[in-house]
Design a protein around this ligand. Sequence first.
Ligand code: NAD
Ligand code: ZN
Length: 344
Amino acid sequence: MKAIMKAKPGPGFVFTEVERPSSLGPRDVLVKVRRASICGTDVHIYKWDEWSQSRITPPLIVGHEMAGEVVAVGEAVTRVKIGDLVAAETHIPCEGCYQCRTGRMHVCKNLKILGVDTNGIFAEYAVIPESVLWRFSPEIPLDYASVMEPFGNAVHTVSVTNLLGKAVLITGAGPIGLMAIQIAKVAGASVVIVSEVDPLRIQMAKENGADYVINPLENDLVREVYKIVDDGVDVLFEMSGNRKAFEDGLKCVTMGGEVSILGIFGGRIEVNIDSLITMRGLTVYGITGRRMFETWRIADELLRTKKVDLSKVVTHVLPFNEWEKGLELMISKKCGKVVLNLDL
Ligand code: NAD
Ligand code: ZN
């Protein structure tokens, strides 16, 4: 079968022929991958940044966002059957630790990540444990089912706060920020303000329903936000991973408001916690992954019922062998989500 691999340490991937998996553990499932989407993490591994060097052991089939079809099951599998359409939660929990046994599997102590710690899904077939498969509603187009994992990041972030009638600021309109705009609207936000620096993403934020989009390189974010909402926003979703966006974002939140951080800053950052968080009585949530499987259920319902429309987020669907073009698009950020179609 064809697969995209990190064959050896160093930058780049190879598109190569590897053996199709022939044996399955008792709770493993063989999935025929039909769509695969490219994540920022794949770009990190492709570039072989510091994080990848410390975490990845080649040779490894990369990729983790996918939609596929079950073609074989291990002897003890009960949750899916041959022919089911599935997406995958990419955080593989141990199911035995304190967190797993107390409803917090998304922060499992022994977490393994698909396509990072185990062979991933940029391949015609992938072996995935049944514990992380999600049978998505057949009404959901495969191109959108493939991005249910990052969509779940947006759902998780938005769903920790009650947004009914609330003013929201989203810093960063990457694919996840774009998804969050629509979800926040569905959740009843009165105003959704977005800050973004990239011209294409600014345009996309508008197309996905942002009421206001502010470019902090052109206008002072804090001043502009207080012009729109006298008291400041009730909720901040940090989705840029940019230090300045976070600090200014905090200043935009009303006293006693709420903050959810999804963005990854890639290291230590400095903010004045006393004056920006503690003395202003903010509640701060760290968001990692998706809650298993509440988030998936909500994500499925939002897509099944078309409450959220991903047509303005998934900007490119390419044949599998054009993966390099997909990576270039991701690196240039001239895209929303890029999906690879393995049926073509
Ligand atoms: P992305 O990098 O495509 O999007 C980030 C966006 O922020 C970009 O469009 C960029 O132009 C914008 N940006 C940069 N500087 C800015 C600034 N000063 N002000 C406003 N916007 C600015 O990433 P994504 O895939 O949409 O993911 C969003 C963030 O969430 C990233 O930081 C990513 O690493 C992180 N992430 C976290 C988790 C988790 O589990 N916590 C999971 C997935 C992604
Ligand atoms: Zn665990």
